[in-house]
Design a protein around this ligand. Structure first.
Ligand code: SAH
Length: 213
């Protein structure tokens, strides 16, 4: 985290005022320096509560949305978590502070390589990265206690639902278009899945197959 105490205070204040109140989540977000994940022109805006462009035409999510999604996922210290949509690696780094192990997958190799380099530079050893189409999850690592998807599909992908263990929670944006999406939470029960809608959001789409770079 940036050493300027005012910047840090304002960042945490903005998170709290948007509803991020879970103490473990706030501590994790205080520990991870967002400017590391927003290289280049925009890095001096890393502590503003807004999404920013990263490479491959993707975006790093708005910090308050990262906080609300992480809070909704209710991650425990023994959990094995899958994140679909590594992007900059920022969300995975926050999850790594809360979970036992994080598996993160992106369809762009270039993003995965860059994120992995930051994790290594910061001695984050409980994240495993993959380049793949994350809509199919990671069958070899399943089941997962928690799954977070950070790109929007029309519906929760079947393989991800199947890879959630009973009692597990998945948080993901769903929607018919690029502009109207809802963040939903799915809880797997003994006999099925319970869904609830959390808030309107706007994410890049979950695309099929691998990216070109
Ligand atoms: N969580 C990221 C932001 C994600 S942006 C962060 O903290 O920075 C959404 C990401 O989802 C993009 O990097 C995009 O490449 C990826 N994505 C889209 N469709 C995908 C798919 N089918 N499988 C894996 N990743 C996908």
């Amino acid at each position: 985290m940036n050493h300027d105490p005012d910047t840090k205070m304002q960042f945490l204040y903005a998170l709290r005022s948007k509803g991020v109140t879970d103490a473990r989540v706030l501590t994790a977000m205080e520990q991870v320096d967002r400017s590391e994940y927003v290289k280049g022109t925009f890095s001096d805006r890393a502590y503003e509560d807004m999404p920013l462009p990263i490479t491959c035409g993707q975006t790093i999510s708005q910090p308050s949305i990262v906080g609300l999604m992480t809070q909704a996922l209710k991650v425990g210290p023994r959990d094995k978590v899958l994140e679909v949509g590594t992007g900059s690696g920022y969300q995975a780094a926050i999850l790594s502070k809360l979970a036992r192990r994080v598996y993160t997958v992106d369809r762009h190799k270039r993003l995965v390589t860059a994120a992995r380099a930051i994790f290594e530079a910061h001695d984050i050893t409980n994240i495993t990265t993959f380049t793949a189409d994350g809509s199919y999850g990671l069958p070899d690592q399943a089941p997962f206690d928690r799954i977070m998807v950070t790109a929007a599909a029309e519906d929760a992908p079947g393989p991800l639902l199947a890879q959630l263990r009973v009692g597990g929670i998945m948080v993901l944006p769903v929607g018919q278009s690029d502009t109207v999406q809802s963040l939903i939470r799915v809880v797997r029960t003994e006999d099925g899945y319970d869904y609830d809608e959390l808030l309107p959001v706007r994410f890049v789409p979950l695309l099929e197959g691998l990216g070109q770079d």
